[in-house]
Write a protein that binds this ligand. Structure first.
Ligand SMILES: Cc1ncnc2c1ncn2[C@@H]1O[C@H](/C=C/CNC(=O)c2cc(-c3ccc(F)cc3)cc(O)c2O)C[C@H]1O
Ligand SMILES: [Mg+2]
Length: 214
């Protein structure tokens, strides 16, 4: 049942996870995707790297590119300090609708602003829309060919401060070669690779953490 994979994930969460308990919602998504049908969530292994970066940065303003079902949105939101905000961008209305309901089940919708639209159209509006200046952390997990153009757009919109951390998923599988080349060769970034595995599979993947130097 459930017309789409995200709908089936949502139904499983609603039927098995504890309302208001973010960790039980995260575990429900992971067990569904590990045992019933694979989905492109960052997953539990790479999710632990994401958690560690969020705890280290203690960000006030976070941007996520590519919400999908809201799995990484939940992992980030549950670790934010009080008063911090997570803005997540999703161009697909159906995915956004599912993510909103999953975030609601986890009780995390108050820290999260989910905007529906293409990142290239939304990024230039963020300063004014949220009366903010710079992001402290950006999690990049949308179409892999958009990683580099959106990073350049963030620079052009003056949304990165010296010390801002970019964390990019899938730099090995499916891969984001142009993005990797840019952040590893630009003098404006200090980049580091975190080897891991593709979500729910024994396939190599990894995340790239790049600090903007201003
Ligand atoms: C430009 C833009 N703006 C806003 N939202 C955007 C956007 N581009 C995509 N999005 C949204 O992000 C989401 C897209 C994410 C793309 N992620 C992927 O394609 C992806 C693919 C795999 C993968 C690995 C091995 C395989 F064999 C097969 C697949 C694994 C992953 O972790 C992924 O994130 C959903 C989409 O609507
Ligand atoms: Mg990914």
């Amino acid at each position: 049942s459930g017309k789409s994979r995200p709908m089936r994930i949502l139904q499983y969460v609603q039927n098995t996870a504890v309302q208001g308990d973010a960790n039980s919602v995260i575990s429900a998504v992971d067990s569904y995707c590990a045992n019933v049908e694979w989905a492109m969530n960052v997953g539990d292994k790479k999710g632990e790297i994401l958690d560690a970066v969020v705890l280290d940065v203690r960000p006030r303003w976070v941007l996520e590119l590519g919400t999908y079902c809201g799995y990484s949105t939940m992992r980030i939101a549950r670790l934010l300090p009080p008063g911090a905000r997570l803005i997540t961008l999703e161009m697909n209305h159906h995915y956004a609708q599912v993510a909103k309901q999953i975030l609601g089940h986890a009780g995390l919708d108050s820290q999260v602003d989910l905007l529906v639209g293409a990142s290239s159209a939304l990024i230039p509006q963020l300063k004014k829309k949220f009366d903010m200046d710079k992001f402290d952390l950006v999690f990049i997990d949308h179409w892999k060919t958009s990683y580099l153009p959106d990073t350049k757009l963030l620079e052009e919109c003056d949304l990165l401060a010296s010390g801002t951390v970019l964390l990019a998923d899938n730099v090995t599988c499916p891969g984001a070669p142009e993005y990797l080349h840019y952040v590893r060769n630009s003098p404006r970034y200090k980049s580091l690779y975190f080897p891991s595995q593709l979500e729910y599979l024994r396939v190599e993947d990894g995340m790239e953490k790049s600090v903007f130097l201003g």
